[in-house]
Design a protein around this ligand. Sequence first.
Ligand code: GDP
Ligand code: IMO
Ligand code: MG
Length: 417
Amino acid sequence: MTKADIIVGIQWGDEGKGRVVDLYAQDYDVVARFGGGDNAGHQIKVGDVDIALRIVPSGVLNPHVELFVGGGTVINPVGLLEELDRLAAIGVDISRVRISDRAHVVLPYHAARDRANERARGAGAIGTTGRGIGPAYIDKAARTGITFGEFARRESLAEKIRLNLLHHAASLEGENVPSEEDLVGATLDAAQRLAPHIVDGVDYIHEKFARDKRVLIEGAQGSLLDVGYGTYPYVTSSHTIAGGACIGLGIGPGAVGRVIGVVKAYCTRVGAGPFPSELRDERGERLREAGGEFGTVTGRPRRCGWFDAVAGRYAVRLNGLNALALTKLDVLCGFERIGIVTGYRVRGQPVDFSAAGSPELEVVVEEMEGWDEPIGGLRTKAALPQAAQRYIARIEEVLATPVELVSVGRERNELVR
Ligand code: GDP
Ligand code: IMO
Ligand code: MG
């Protein structure tokens, strides 16, 4: 059996996973997404095609690749249909997309509860994407959720929607939620259209292994947003780390080969929560502008800061990384000095990542020399300015993990190996 490889983000999301998966997918037969929902936004550019994906796996622009959305995901069916229509309109063959019957359905009442929960948190709001992801995972754990497997059963689907609306009536008060009749109607329509894509998710993936297909597993969000190991409670509601891939696809750890971590050359974060290396000055502003750091899903400006080696080392452990794909190195061009956070301290004492949220946290910043030459056109490490080569070497050193690919632009071919 050919083992499956996993690609995950090792920061707070938006590391460029979509761009990296698009590239690696050339050498795989199947790309499988294992968690999250349309809180994810993956931007991919190949020539004239510039797409934002939410649910559909990022291998989609490789015509030979089959696309699987695993049981660990939560999916808004109407949103997925819109995404599929958008892709079909640009000539993409969407018949390759398969959805696990174990994936859970996200409906408008989930988004409404997401909004209500955020309002109730007041100043402690998480800054969610407002897509209903948390409430959908709550329903899954509470065993009141609706799976895609149930989509086929029209009677029970309508009944479950009715019960859920009843159950959550109090928290939905004052929220803009469609009437029961409209919701059932729209969901049944969507179910009918999605039916050809729904498969027994466990059979599907194990069939691929049995036929020796090369499977690439795609993570969404970032390791530091993991519900168990991220900066809780400022996290998403799923397991985003590599271990989540086994749960999200229904495979054993022995089926996994390499784990590749996508790491941005600096850090960003959308929404609230600890961000020790954040730059709240003109350097942060400059990273945001140069890197186009505005949310794909919500359009919110992303918070920006230096690369954080403490957070990075933590994520290397969480994922058991074999290699790194470093993205957006081109964005650092023109900075005279580039910072790397190499340590955290509280009252002078070294502390680890678990102290990231401490109000007394101070960071140790190591400054490296920057470079002025644009690097987007370069294709080999040796051709990079000396300072850029030293920066890559330093990241490899502080994370004790080799960088096997450096992305220097949005286009598929803008990379250095
Ligand atoms: P994801 O959620 O991890 O897939 O990342 P996003 O797509 O949300 O955000 C990454 C953004 O950076 C996208 O707009 C990419 O097109 C862009 N991007 C990816 N790699 C590079 C790179 O090396 N350089 C530049 N300038 N942009 C990049
Ligand atoms: P991709 O796959 C960046 C963040 C939200 C918020 C927190 C909880 O594009 O990297 P949620 O809606 O999931 O309950 O929000 O998680 N978040 C992301 N941030 N990239 C993402 O996905 C994210 N998905 C969720 O901003 O802070
Ligand atoms: Mg994103």
